[in-house]
Design a protein around this ligand. Structure first.
Ligand code: AMP
Ligand code: MG
Length: 337
């Protein structure tokens, strides 16, 4: 523990991850511990996720304190993911955070999960003002800072990209999360099969692509004219080209000089390659958030909590109610002006 340092403990609970992170007010990260719910079959059932988070939150907090070599009494601020996410799951983080705040008599702040992804990216990649492509199991958003807010320039109209790939993977018997295994399969092919490409204005739709990929697997021609690697390759090429098109148009419009790729799907090397290419074409510096911080984690919540607290002060308890549907572009960002 450093003398005179102040520490924020952040709790991430929007979906599968109960994440706890501890940072100081200067942005040094001392711990990042994740307890992740993995479905045995099907998608994320909020009630099952909630039960796991309820069972494990205490030991996850203790592990984070141990990793940081701190006691709970060294914590000066608690931050939690207030929005957006699965209601029953968000409620666990809000409850635990309020309990900590009241028991320890320390301030509490609620944080928007999508904004937290951008802020930890800016911190860890040491970049100022990026256009961000945030791609994960639950979100697909192209965003940049303009007029005091993180404006949304493009987003999915239906499935999130990670969810779409995971669902396809599940249909072909690949365990959750399917993204990394689909990437591996895709690397074995160069045989592109035509699939629907759906960009509507600046927004994306992945449901038609998902259905068409499933049809390829169910077809009589599967395993005679093409194989699973070919479908995985075609699915990735189509979905990532859609993401790249929207990101490039947002880049041309905003004229940003930095591009940030984050979220769990940022791990994908083919997507990295495509976004890096358009960044270069527009003379923009490209960064992938280190994977430890690109997926959901408590450190991003803690750091965004510090930024918010230093500019807005603490949240009153009545303002710590969860907001499962809150959009990032509805939130003012005073620390960026
Ligand atoms: P997150 O929701 O940010 O925690 O990220 C989880 C999502 O990232 C899941 O949908 C994973 O399948 C996906 N993912 C992780 N690694 C990869 C990869 N290499 N390629 C594609 N998707 C990935
Ligand atoms: Mg996320």
């Amino acid at each position: 523990m450093k003398k005179n340092s102040k520490y924020c403990l952040g709790i991430e609970t929007t979906a599968h991850t109960f994440g706890v992170g501890i940072v100081d007010f200067e942005g040094n990260v001392y711990s990042r511990i994740n307890d992740i719910f993995t479905p045995e079959s099907g998608g994320l059932h909020p009630m099952l996720v909630k039960e796991q988070h309820l069972a494990n939150f205490h030991k996850t907090i203790l592990k984070a304190l141990k990793e940081a070599n701190l006691s709970i009494h060294n914590i000066n601020l608690v931050a939690f993911s207030q929005s957006p996410g699965l209601g029953p799951v968000l409620r666990i983080g809000a409850l635990v955070s309020r309990l900590l705040s009241q028991k320890l008599n320390i301030p509490i702040v609620g944080v928007n999960h999508c904004i937290a992804h951008i802020e930890i990216g800016r911190l860890k990649c040491q970049i100022e003002d990026p256009l961000t492509l945030y791609v994960s199991g639950g979100n697909t958003i192209v965003s940049a800072f303009e007029s005091g807010r993180y404006q949304i320039f493009g987003e999915t109209l239906d499935l999130a990209i990670g969810n779409m790939i995971d669902s396809f993977a599940r249909d072909v018997g690949i365990a959750h999360p399917g993204g990394p295994k689909i990437e591996k399969l895709a690397k074995e092919s160069k045989h592109y099969l035509s699939l629907p490409y759906s960009v509507k204005g600046m927004d994306l739709s992945f449901s038609g692509l998902y259905t068409a990929a499933r049809r390829l697997i169910e077809s009589k021609e599967f395993n005679s004219k093409y194989n699973l690697s070919d479908v995985a390759f075609s699915l990735q090429e189509t979905a990532f080209a859609m993401l790249t098109e929207v990101t490039e148009r947002a880049l041309a419009h905003t004229q940003k000089k930095e591009v940030l790729l984050t979220g769990g799907v940022a791990a994908n090397e083919r997507l990295q390659e495509m976004i890096e290419y358009i960044s270069m074409e527009h003379d923009a510096h490209f960064e992938v958030v280190p994977l430890r911080y690109a997926g959901d984690n408590g450190a991003m919540i803690a750091w965004t909590g510090v930024l918010k607290y230093l500019h807005n002060g603490e949240d009153e308890i009545k303002h710590t109610i969860i907001q499962p549907k809150q959009r990032m572009d509805n939130i003012e960002i005073p620390w960026r002006e």
